[in-house]
Every structure is written in C-alpha cells, then in structure tokens.
Design a protein around this ligand. Structure first.
Ligand code: ZN
Length: 309
C-alpha cells in the first residue's frame, strides 16, 4: 500500500430494471478508476420510487449479482435509500429557512419558463413569493412540492476529465408533491453520509453536477470530484434501453456470451484491450495519470458488438 487513500467512489443503481451494457460499462469504469487509485467503492441502492421498484420485481438482487459476475466487488454495507427517509427529513429541516412550497404543475412550469436545458427546465420562481394565506388556499387544491431558494446562484463542479463545469442553480425540487424526496436531495445527502469524494456516473448527469455540488456546499459537505463516463447508445444515437434487446447479462448469456466475454467487450470499448477478468482489467489501467480517450467517450451497441465512437 502507498499513502493512505481517502478516495471513496460509489455506484448507485436504481432497481427499476436490470443493468444494461451502458450501466455495466459505467460501473466498471468507476470500479477501475477507484481500485487503481487505491480507493473504496461503495454501493447505494436508489429505491425511493417504490411503485417502479415494486414493478421491477427483485431487480436490486439481479443488479448486484450481475456486478459480482463481472468481478466488481464493493466495500462495506449496502445503503438503501428507502431506509434513509429520516436523513432526508433532517436535511429539509436544516434548510427550512431556505425552502418554499410550489404548487405548479409540469404544464404551469413549461408555460412559464424557457426551453429545457439538458433535460432540466429552470424553474421560473412562480411560487417563491406566495404568502401564508395563498399557500393555505393552494394546499386545498393540491399538495405542494418543496423547493430550495437558490437566490439565482451559479456554481462550479470539478470533473476529472471534463474539467470545470459551471451552471446556474435554479429553485429545484427537494421533495416531490407526493412526499418522496427528490433525486437531487437524496443523492447529495447520501454522498455526504457515505463520505464520497468522487462520483463516477453517466455523462447524462453532467448538467446536474453544479446543482448537486451547490447543495452539498449548502448542507456543509466537502466538495466531491466528478468523473462522467460516455453513454452507450443504439445505432440511432438514442440512449440504450431494454427495447434495444440483448442488452443485459441475462440476454447476452442466452446468446452464449459468458460474463467474461461481456467483460472483455466492455474493457475493449474503454480502450484497455479485451480483459476477461476484472483483475486483468485493473492491471491494464495506466499506472499513473488518467486512462485514454476511449475510456471517456460514448460507445454504440449495434446489437452484436460494442463500437467505440
Ligand atoms: Zn410553483
């Protein structure tokens, strides 16, 4: 062992479907970056969407068993978000002076705001100035969501490959109208709790990094670094999904591809040559500095092969 490492990275799947090649590729990339840096790789199950989680059966168990099949072991106990509701409530209390209720429908927001930016529509602040009588009246019509008052902040997050990523922080939702803690709140509270110092995840989440980094700071957490990994798309350039067929380990196994074959395909698409064990993949990581261009780039699944872009 070299100097003591304080690197903690995490993988945080939502058990709403089986992991597909894109999810597995990101998990592998995060595991490699973490293990090659002597860090800990912790696991969190993001199971707050109880209806979708129930509809997917025992997806969490299948996800974990697929990660194991690729040789990706995690450190410590699993953290289930469904067991963390008290922590999210306590964060809301901590921010209480800075929150307000919002009664807007999706449509209200679409009509009042500019076009979505990277999938996120900036909230125009419609409900920020409601007084207590107005709030009481609106509550009768529909339950309110809880938003944070960002005061038009902008914030910069740091990505080990993309560099500085700055963005405007709007009054985003912390708790949804149905009482479910919102994604942006839960991940930040849990990353602080798990001592996460780097967040490796799919590039689709890059635009939410400034917002989450800002909330981390507001809650007194230390800033984490990010590592956003290119997505796997189908040949039309759409993000890979179940409908593309043959995208999970179970699908591929039915076609005669063992987990080791899939691992080799993934490591090759990350620019490391075809490694049939995770240990070999780890040895293929550069001893110092960051891996090469293909590691960060998106890849295309053509139904047979994983092609680098
Ligand atoms: Zn509103």
């Amino acid at each position: 062992m070299g100097p003591v490492s304080h690197l903690v990275d995490r993988y945080a799947p939502s058990p709403t479907s089986d992991l597909h090649l894109g999810n597995l590729r990101t998990a592998l990339a995060g595991w490699l970056l973490t293990r090659s840096g002597g860090g800990q790789w912790v696991m969190r199950i993001e199971d707050l969407d109880t209806a979708r989680v129930a509809a997917a059966g025992a997806a969490a168990q299948r996800q974990l068993s697929d990660l194991n099949a690729l040789g990706l072991r995690w450190d410590g106990e699993l953290l289930w978000q469904s067991a963390r509701r008290a922590a999210y409530s306590s964060a809301i209390k901590q921010l209480a002076e800075r929150t307000y209720e919002c009664f807007c429908t999706r449509r209200d927001i679409a009509e009042a705001s500019s076009a979505p930016h990277d999938g996120h529509r900036l909230y125009p602040g419609t409900c920020a100035a409601l007084n207590s009588q107005q709030v009481a009246r609106r509550r009768v019509e529909r339950p309110g969501a809880i938003r944070v008052r960002s005061e038009g902040a902008s914030f910069t997050a740091s990505d080990i490959h993309a560099g500085e990523v700055s963005g405007v922080v709007d009054d985003f939702v912390l708790v949804r109208a149905d009482g479910t803690p919102a994604y942006n709140l839960a991940v930040v509270v849990d990353d602080i709790f798990q001592g996460v110092t780097r967040i490796t995840r799919g590039a689709d989440l890059l635009s939410s990094a400034p917002r989450q980094a800002w909330l981390t700071d507001e809650l007194g957490g230390a800033p984490a670094k990010y590592a956003h990994i290119g997505l796997v798309t189908n040949t039309n350039g759409d993000r890979l999904a179940k409908r593309d067929g043959s995208v999970t380990l179970a699908d591929l196994s039915a076609r005669g591809l063992a987990a080791a074959d899939v691992l080799a395909m993934l490591t090759e698409s990350l620019g490391m040559g075809a490694c049939r064990t995770s240990q070999k993949a780890l040895e293929a990581m550069p001893a110092s500095g960051l891996p090469g261009r293909k590691f960060w780039a998106p890849a295309v699944w053509d139904g047979q092969r994983l092609l680098s872009v």
